[in-house]
Design a protein around this ligand. Structure first.
Ligand SMILES: [Zn+2]
Length: 282
């Protein structure tokens, strides 16, 4: 089993800025240390009030192309890459102030968030960190998509994707035991990807306005459009693993279990997380 550990927060306040992937507006985020037991809490000013949005599955309001959370009409989109980084770097308590409705996309990966959390430093707090260890398997099937969790002594991830595109095809990726080193080495740098035809359709409906070759791996019928090519031969499935970790972080505590996913996405990930939240509460 995961060794019991103390809760952790960041050592000092840090900020970064960039454009949001969908709105395309400049946005700044500031991470502040937070006391034990508070978890990860987003804050934004909305209609003259400071609104707090806890990073919990119950606050998820959309899983369309990104995971968005909200309280009332105050919404924050694309929280998954920051949440994945906080989870892997064992930051349990932090306030994330956002001066817009979306997190910056940075280079489309989690690398910039890892650097930011690194810059802040971290320390252990005087409180034990609860862990949710699954005892019974849970499986959710939607047509040819599937997500499953089985008991395991650590967080293990097995992911498979299957795209009818010559640059992707079937890719599988496995993390035996998720820790900071595995996250930084194997997952953090994998970028968001999209197909040129879909990107054009998204632009028409006002999404992906901040999307560019600087923050999205774009594929056309022939292959990868980005001049610099891929960061890993299987960068696509690695990015799916990054998204999964960010979605699992919405459980609100570290997870012990073997999560296996076939053709997953944010919506399927969240169905599992909601089940786990109920289990953890009960
Ligand atoms: Zn992503």
């Amino acid at each position: 089993m995961l060794q019991p550990r103390c809760q952790r927060t960041i050592a000092e306040k840090v900020s970064c800025s960039g454009v949001g992937l969908h709105g395309g507006h400049a946005v700044q985020i500031t991470l502040r240390p937070e006391r034990p037991g508070r978890g990860i809490v987003f804050q934004r000013r909305f209609a003259g009030e400071l609104i707090e949005i806890p990073a919990h599955a119950e606050c998820v309001v959309s899983t369309d192309h990104a995971t968005s959370i909200a309280v009332g009409d105050a919404r924050i989109a694309t929280v998954e890459h920051l949440l994945a980084s906080l989870y892997a770097m064992q930051i349990d308590n932090v306030v994330v102030e956002v001066d817009g409705d979306e997190l910056p996309v940075l280079d489309g990966s989690a690398r910039g968030f890892v650097d930011l959390i690194d810059e802040a430093g971290a320390y252990e707090q005087d409180a034990v960190c609860d862990v949710h260890a699954v005892c019974e398997p849970i499986e959710i099937v939607e047509g040819n998509r599937r997500i499953r969790i089985d008991p395991a002594p650590v967080l293990r991830i097995s992911y498979a994707i299957d795209f009818d595109h010559s640059s992707i095809g079937r890719q599988t990726f496995e993390i035996e035991a998720l820790d900071r080193a595995a996250f930084e080495r194997d997952v953090a740098a994998a970028r968001t990807f999209g197909f040129l035809e879909d990107v054009e359709a998204l632009w028409r409906v006002g999404l992906a306005r901040g999307g560019s070759l600087a923050n999205t791996l774009v594929l056309d019928a022939e292959g990868v459009v980005n001049e610099e090519g891929l960061r890993f031969p299987d960068e696509f499935v690695r990015h799916k693993v990054l998204d999964l970790i960010g979605d699992l972080a919405l459980l609100g505590m570290p997870l012990c279990g073997h999560v296996s996913v076939e053709r997953g996405g944010h919506a399927l990930h969240q169905r599992l997380v909601r089940r786990l939240r109920l289990e953890a509460a009960g």
